[in-house]
Design a protein around this ligand. Structure first.
Ligand code: PGA
Length: 229
């Protein structure tokens, strides 16, 4: 049986107090009840990562919980005011998310920037989740990293935040394509994943898990996803 990965992406939400409250409520819900055998990756804003890191020990021990950032600088340490470098994320996160469609669109992240970020994470021993929405974005990664073997999060733009997932058969076909190029990568689907649709998605042959935006903000709805996956 495949080990399912559920990645939560809080995006630009939750101050430190809200992050602590989330964790407390999640623990109450999950404590002693959770049967989820896969991996949970929580991608939180930079400011929340230290408190989440120290609180992870309180997560029920039968749940494999990893931390992720939502971005990283394309520069090493140095005079780059306001940037968070890969070196700064070492020993704090397990995964770095790169190239989310909101960053590609709203922050003009180019293929070149994204490839620089992947390389810098590899150089610093950080695992990556690279987000793509189409074949062209996939090909740009494959050209530079033909043996990429971390996570690819496939998120069709029209499904993000729309309340409606892509047809899981279509997503599965695209996930199969990704695996033809990158045979050791794990592929997650993202876009309007919820407790009531997650099973139909993770049951698909080439899909190893899901990326969850909106539904990860509320501990109850995130927990529903884990229960149903
Ligand atoms: P959504 O977001 O679950 O709110 O659709 C997914 C994402 O952008 O990662």
């Amino acid at each position: 049986m495949k080990k399912i990965i559920v990645l939560g992406n809080w995006k630009s939400n939750k101050n430190i107090k809200e992050a602590k409250d989330w964790l407390e409520k999640f623990n109450q819900l999950a404590s002693g009840k959770i049967k989820f055998k896969g991996e949970v990756i929580l991608c939180a804003p930079f400011i929340d990562l230290p408190i989440l890191k120290t609180s992870l020990s309180k997560i029920p021990s039968n749940l494999a919980f990893s931390l992720g950032s939502q971005n990283v600088s394309s520069f090493e340490d140095g005079p780059h005011t306001g940037e968070i470098s890969a070196n700064m994320l070492k020993n704090l996160v397990d995964y770095v998310m790169i190239g989310h469609s909101e960053r590609r669109t709203n922050f003009n992240e180019t293929y070149e920037t994204i490839n620089k970020k992947i390389k810098i994470c590899q150089d610093n021993g950080l695992k990556t989740t690279v987000c793509i929405s189409n074949l062209e974005q996939l090909e740009s990664i494959v050209r530079k990293f033909p043996s990429y073997d971390n996570l690819i999060l496939y998120e069709p733009i029209s499904a993000i935040g729309s309340g409606k997932t892509e047809n899981p058969d279509v997503s599965n076909e695209f996930a199969g394509k990704i695996k033809k190029y990158l045979k050791n990568a794990k592929v997650l689907y993202g876009g309007s994943v919820k407790g009531e649709n997650v099973k139909n998605i993770v049951n698909k042959e080439f899909i190893d898990g899901v990326g969850v935006g909106g539904a990860s903000l509320d501990p109850q709805s995130f927990w529903e996803i884990l229960k149903n996956a």
